[in-house]
Design a protein around this ligand. Structure first.
Ligand code: AHM
Ligand code: MG
Length: 337
């Protein structure tokens, strides 16, 4: 059987889409190479000294793991030299990472979470890299300013993730469907394994850290209860609870099987009044993928893709997955307003 590599797929796409220029393809190719390097290192975890903490605390106030730092530095080093970017935003860096003056620049802006779910990594749980690609509106030769980067998710030109799991996968969209590729280590290529992914309209899984129940308001408790209650949820039996604690892995499973991922605002927790997840490097890219697969996303009120960020590391409550499930969450919050 003839297998399509991600590069072939990108080139095919490039012909169909006026947006996808050769520069865009080289951006994605550089990202793919970075992910292969990260994947190689993640696969050695336990064999070489890459597990554990660096001793640093990042901009999010979280302890930095050695693999977080490794993934972040691989991405920054390679992507700064890709010649197509005017700014980089990483979950691990407080400010935008500029493209040094002596390096060529382009119109694209790349935002990423280098290693999502990394608190689980010492236990060999799946982690991933999430990315969002935006385009600068005005032509310029210098690095982009923050105000040019703060664009809502609906303006993304592409988004995706690499999942370092039982196999390494890449899932991406440029607004023309969602496609999944699996890394074949014997040839070192991502091969098309999941063409045109569509998520079920109504799911059977809910994914939430229910340990925070006592931090939630009444509306949030009612939302979670809806999925558990056979008399309410339209299934006649409870949704199954699945929570890995690694957003990219939880999202990927629900995308394929149907379901909803929830990270609500923890009203009683002064540290998480807007939940934990970041709008620009986590929520928006997954929201773009989800919409392209026929799903939806919300902060409880608004479509995630319509939220204008006011800062790079803005946090947002996140409800994402099957369309009917997300609509029900919004309906319950509306009722409580
Ligand atoms: P990270 O990007 O630092 O790994 O943090 C985000 C992670 C998500 O992958 C996951 O969904 C969430 O944190 C889990 O948080 P909690 O332990 O509060 O349930
Ligand atoms: Mg993350």
């Amino acid at each position: 059987m003839r297998q399509v590599t991600v590069t072939e797929h990108l080139l095919l796409h490039q012909k169909e889409s006026p947006m996808a220029t050769g520069r865009f393809t080289s951006l994605l190719n550089e990202l793919i190479l970075s992910a292969k390097i990260i994947s190689r290192e993640v696969n050695k975890a336990g064999l070489v000294d890459v597990l554990g903490l660096t001793g640093e605390i990042n901009v999010q106030g979280e302890a930095v793991r050695k693999l977080d730092e490794y993934a972040n530095s691989v991405l920054i080093h390679r992507m700064q030299r890709a010649g197509v970017l005017c700014a980089i935003g990483s979950e691990e860096n407080a400010d935008l990472v500029e493209i040094p003056d002596h390096l060529p620049k382009g119109d694209y802006i790349l935002i990423f979470d280098p290693l999502d779910g990394s608190t689980n990594i010492d236990a060999n749980v799946n982690v991933g890299t999430i990315f969002s690609i935006l385009k600068r509106k005005e032509k310029s030769e210098c690095s982009a300013r923050l105000c040019e980067v703060l664009q809502k998710g609906a303006e993304q030109v592409a988004a995706g993730y690499f999942l370092y799991g039982t196999s390494t996968m890449m899932v991406y969209t440029t607004g023309r469907g969602v496609h999944g590729f699996t890394l074949d280590p014997s040839v070192g290529e991502f091969l098309l394994s999941h063409p045109d992914i569509k998520t079920p309209e109504k799911g059977k899984i809910y994914s939430v850290n229910e340990g925070y129940w006592h931090y939630w308001d009444e509306a949030t408790r009612e939302v979670v209860d809806y999925f558990k209650n056979p008399a309410l949820n339209g299934r006649g039996k409870p949704y199954s609870q699945r929570y890995i604690g690694s957003l990219v892995a939880d999202f990927h499973r629900n995308l394929l099987y149907g379901g909803i991922f929830l990270y609500p605002a923890d009203m009683q927790d002064p540290k998480k009044p807007k939940g934990k997840l970041r709008l620009m490097c986590e929520a928006s890219p997954l929201a773009f993928i989800c919409r392209e697969a026929g799903g939806a996303s919300s902060d409880g009120e608004r479509d995630i893709l319509d939220i204008e960020p006011s800062e790079l590391h803005e946090r947002v409550p996140l409800f994402i997955g099957s369309k009917k499930d997300v609509a029900m969450v919004e309906e319950i919050y509306r009722k409580h307003k």
